[in-house]
Design a protein around this ligand. Structure first.
Ligand code: THU
Length: 131
């Protein structure tokens, strides 16, 4: 576990806007050169426009020109481990590649995975070369 990255994600989680689900998530994405971009989930009244913490962190980094990443930490307070949703797995794979994914609950649970293991047989830019 990367303690600094998890601490950053936990701090980001404090800013979560999750009045509908009550499920607060924080994410911290580390670049190859050691910078950290954070995000929290942001929900809205129509529900469907909700954005996950992972994507907020990713958009922040990409929009500032970052293109190379090393790892991401995702923090919740859930009793069981929270793994990124399918949409976030897809986007993290396309823009970050096979990064390390640290899953942490404030209740004391930790897991570490490679993104490739969380998204087997992905659809990505290589898939588009086949046609
Ligand atoms: N959520 C995240 O932010 N990241 C995840 O990895 C799982 C789910 C958010 C979306 C929504 O605001 C709330 O958690 C409940 O699904």
């Amino acid at each position: 576990m990367s303690r600094e990255l998890v601490a950053s994600a936990a701090a980001a989680r404090e800013q979560a806007l999750a009045p509908y689900s009550g499920f607060k998530v924080g994410a911290a994405l580390e670049t190859l050169d050691g910078r950290i971009y954070t995000g929290c989930n942001i929900e809205n009244a129509s529900y469907g426009l909700t954005v996950c913490a992972e994507r907020v962190a990713l958009w922040k980094a990409l929009s500032e020109g970052v293109r190379e990443f090393r790892q991401i930490a995702i923090v919740t307070n859930a009793a069981i481990i929270t793994s990124p949703c399918g949409a976030c797995r897809q986007l993290l794979w396309e823009y970050c590649g096979d990064i390390v994914v640290h899953l942490h609950s404030l209740k004391g649970i930790d897991q570490q995975h490679r993104l490739a293991d969380l998204l087997p047989l992905p659809f990505d830019n290589n898939s588009l070369k086949g046609c």
